[in-house]
Every structure is written in structure tokens, then in C-alpha cells.
Design a protein around this ligand. Structure first.
Ligand code: GAP
Length: 449
């Protein structure tokens, strides 16, 4: 097992080499802390998002899906508190022009005083006093760049849900308690992004806002905490690497009555870090949107003939950050008995694996490639498969282990004689012989568990 700081470095290299994740605009030297998902990465992240969507929307009758636009009316961000409060304190070094968060532990002394030393160039007295820096990306709608046309790239997806609360409730006739879920891009001009896809300026969130009757909010808050923790465990994240962190009164966001993070142990210097937040937001958001829009956002409780503004319990998880957690959790290097070369394995949950089966003719003759290609074509509509006839069979297994493919099917001399193939399991390395005609059904059954 390599030590943890190595793992992030090794993952960055594996992700590039095998087509999971590339640096954005790499041929131009890269764009600041944004990443592109390659052929295998897009499948992995999509599988993760599909699992979330299935658990949160499709498998339940009390949560509706939504896909709101990234650009919204600028007043939304005044109402939400982001224009005034979504800020980080920033200091500049007058000498080397580098920027830091004022609370960066590498800064020695109080910024703005002669004693404070720049962590980059080492000069004393060159750090400015902290000034507040808004993390929202600003742009303009239409051809005129004036204050009337200002728009922001959304820094969270949640606001698209609040402003559509009544549209969704009335069109679906849902009754409180019910939720609205969406997956989408969010943008934050982070001052200190980094650690690969852990903190980036463009990322995807999977958010769900659950609307409840005031007074029942703490019950639902506990319910959602447990549901979400169980979801992460079912992804295969090691339970020993997951914990809840309760926000102290100082940590609580302006909108939150109570908040817990679900943290994952990324190892190395990252250690335990938030991957998801579960927040009891009270009626803050809906009330503010009522106030700023002048439109009522009340729920009418017919049995009790009463109108009220529901409270909201929010679950908010990063798709990219969870993808990183899944990769870190899955990465292992091991020795193989009887072989001089070790292997690198991504022990991904089979449902998340980008490729479900590798299909290999043992040798490139005696009808084996034709048989294997035919099988690959039969299986491809059922799940993603990868046909590979190049290099020694051991090499082909290793290539699939490294990208997390749970099964490999080999077509050999016996296949041509009796129609059976070998099915190799990535983790146990066990090989079993089964009829080629049963491979699809056997793998589908295993993927479903
Ligand atoms: N609506 C509530 C909200 O946005 P948050 O704690 O700011 O809460 C929720 O963000 C999740 O979004 C985080 O737990 C993290 O997984 C993800 N996230 C936030 N900022 C991110 C960034 N700069 N890069 C990658 N993921 C980020």
C-alpha cells in the first residue's frame, strides 16, 4: 500500500494516462483549477450521478426532479445572501503579487502589519490588509455591460429549486413533506482551489431540498443524515473512512439552524474532508425569496386549512469530490502470488466501473478473435465492454484491473470446442468456466447486487 500523499499523485497520473481526467486546456498550459473528464471519467461520474438520481428521485415517490438554468435573475443572489455574504477574506503581496486567504496558516503574523511575512516570497511587511472577495463569477446578459445586465454563474444549484418550489408543488400536486432534487454545474471563484478535483472553480453538485412542516424539521434532518451516510457506504466507501462532523455555532452558515458534514478520509495532508453537507435551513430561503420577489411561496395544507412557509432540510453533495473519494478509496497496489510484477487495481463498485467486462481472445488465431468479437457485440447493448486482442493475456488483465473493470472474459481453445469461456473476477482473481451464452445474464445479475 503506497502512503497517502503518493496516492493523489498516482491517481492524477493514472487518470490522465487512462483517460479519466485531463487538465482543462492542457495544450495552452492549463486553465486554473478546472478539469475535463475523459472517456472513462465521464462514465464513472455519470454512473455516480445515476446512482444518486435513482436513490433520490426514481426509487421514491416523495422527491421530484428538476433541471434549472445556471443563469438566474440577479435578485436571486441578493435574496439568498450571496451578493452580500458569499465572500472570503483575501490578502495580496505587494512584492510578488501572489494572493492568499487571510486565514492561510502559512501566513506568519497579522496581514497588513510590518511583521507579517509573505509565505511565497518571504518578504516582511508586504501583505495588504484583508479585503472581502466575492466568490461568485460575474457576467453580463445581452450586449451592454452595465449594472442592469449583471448576471452570476450560480455558486450552488439550490436556489433554482427554491424559486421553483411552487411550480413543482402545484404541477405535481405533491404534499409536504416532499423534496426536489437536481444535478448541475456550480461555479465558485475559489481563492485556494486545488488537490486535483477536490476543490475546483467549476464543479457539479447533486442537491436535494426537502420541504417540511415547521416543527418536524429536526426529525427529517436526522432522517436525511442517516440516509445520506448509508448512500456513501453503499457506494463502497470504507465505513472507517467516513464520519459526521457537526458544525459549531461559529461554523454554521447564515441560513442554517443545524448542519452536519459527511467527511471522508482522503489521507495524506487532506485527511478527513467534507464531501456532503446536510443542513436544516429553516424557512430562510423561501422567506427571503418571498420578501425579494414580492410573491408568496406558501404551502396550503388542505386538511388543516392552513398556509405556511415550509422549512427546508437540504442534502448537498459534490459529484466531482465524491468521484475523487471513490477513486482514492478504490486505489490499491498489490503483489500477485507466483508473479514477479505486481498490479494496480481500482476496486470500484461494479455499478460505478466505466467498463463492466474486458473480452479477450487468448491468441489471435484458431477462430478465437471472431468468437470474442461476436460475444462483445452481443454484450455491448447490455453494458459497456472492451474488446482487446493486443499483448499477452496477463497484460490485458492488468490494463483492466487498473481502470476498475470487474470482470474479464477469455476465449480460448476450449471455447471453440465446447462454447464455454472463462470469467475472471477482478478482486478474487478466481476464474470460472461458464457457457458463453450465459455471460450476459451472469454479469447483469452481479452488477445488480
Ligand atoms: N447548497 C449548499 C452548498 O452548496 P456547500 O457545503 O458549499 O453547500 C456542498 O457545498 C458540496 O459541494 C460540498 O460538500 C462539496 O462536495 C461540493 N463543493 C463545494 N465547493 C466545491 C468546489 N469548489 N469544488 C468541488 N466541490 C465543491
Amino acid at each position: 500500500m503506497p502512503n497517502q500523499p503518493d496516492i493523489l499523485e498516482k491517481l492524477v497520473s493514472l487518470c490522465k494516462r487512462r483517460g479519466f481526467i485531463f487538465q482543462s486546456s492542457e495544450i495552452y498550459g492549463g486553465a486554473g483549477s478546472v478539469w475535463d473528464y475523459g472517456p472513462l471519467g465521464v462514465e464513472l461520474k455519470k454512473n455516480l450521478k445515476d446512482r444518486w438520481w435513482h436513490a433520490m428521485v426514481r426509487a421514491r415517490d416523495d422527491i421530484e426532479g428538476l433541471d434549472a438554468a445556471i443563469l438566474m435573475h440577479p435578485r436571486v443572489w441578493e435574496a439568498s445572501g450571496h451578493v452580500a455574504g458569499f465572500t472570503d477574506p483575501l490578502v495580496d503581496c505587494r512584492n510578488c503579487k501572489k494572493r492568499f486567504r487571510a486565514d492561510d496558516p502559512k501566513i506568519k503574523g497579522v496581514p497588513g502589519t510590518p511583521e507579517a511575512q509573505c509565505p511565497a516570497c518571504g518578504m516582511k511587511g508586504t501583505l495588504s490588509e484583508p479585503r472581502m472577495f466575492n466568490l461568485m463569477f460575474k457576467t453580463f446578459i445581452g450586449p451592454v455591460e452595465d449594472s442592469a445586465s449583471v448576471a452570476y454563474l450560480r455558486p450552488e444549484t439550490a436556489q433554482g429549486i427554491y424559486v421553483n418550489f411552487l411550480n413543482v408543488q402545484q404541477s405535481t400536486r405533491q404534499k409536504v413533506p416532499f423534496g426536489i432534487a437536481q444535478i448541475g454545474k456550480a461555479f465558485r471563484n475559489e481563492i485556494t482551489p486545488g488537490n486535483f478535483i477536490f476543490r475546483t472553480r467549476e464543479f457539479e453538485q447533486m442537491e436535494m431540498q426537502f420541504f417540511v412542516e415547521p416543527g418536524t424539521d429536526m426529525h427529517w434532518f436526522e432522517y436525511w443524515k442517516e440516509q445520506r451516510m448509508n448512500w456513501h457506504k453503499a457506494l463502497g466507501l470504507d465505513p472507517a473512512r467516513l464520519l459526521f462532523h457537526q458544525h459549531t455555532p461559529e461554523e454554521l452558515a447564515h441560513y442554517a439552524r443545524a448542519a452536519f458534514d459527511i467527511q471522508f478520509d482522503f489521507g495524506g495532508t487532506l485527511d478527513f474532508q467534507e464531501i456532503e453537507g446536510v443542513h436544516n435551513r429553516g424557512d430562510f430561503d423561501l422567506s427571503r425569496h418571498q420578501e425579494y420577489s414580492g410573491k408568496k411561496l406558501e404551502y396550503f395544507d388542505q386538511p388543516n386549512n392552513r398556509r405556511y412557509v415550509p422549512f427546508v432540510v437540504e442534502t448537498s453533495v459534490g459529484a466531482d469530490r465524491t468521484t475523487l473519494a471513490v477513486l482514492v478509496n478504490a486505489y490499491r497496489e498489490e503483489t500477485v502470488e507466483g508473479e514477479s510484477e505486481g498490479r494496480t487495481v481500482l476496486g470500484l463498485h461494479p455499478a460505478l466501473a466505466p467498463i463492466k467486462a474486458g473480452i479477450f481472445p487468448l491468441v489471435k488465431k484458431d477462430g478465437m478473435p471472431e468468437f470474442a468479437e461476436k460475444l462483445a457485440n452481443e454484450l455491448r447493448p447490455q453494458f459497456p465492454v472492451f474488446y482487446d486482442e493486443s499483448a499477452a493475456i496477463g497484460r490485458r488483465y492488468r490494463r483492466q484491473d487498473e481502470v476498475g473493470t470487474p470482470y474479464c472474459i477469455t476465449i480460448d481453445g476450449q471455447t471453440i470446442a465446447d462454447g464455454t469461456v472463462t470469467l475472471r473476477d477482478r478482486d478474487t482473481l478466481q476464474q470460472e468456466r461458464i457457457a458463453a451464452g450465459r455471460v450476459g445474464e451472469v454479469i447483469r445479475a452481479r452488477l445488480a447486487t
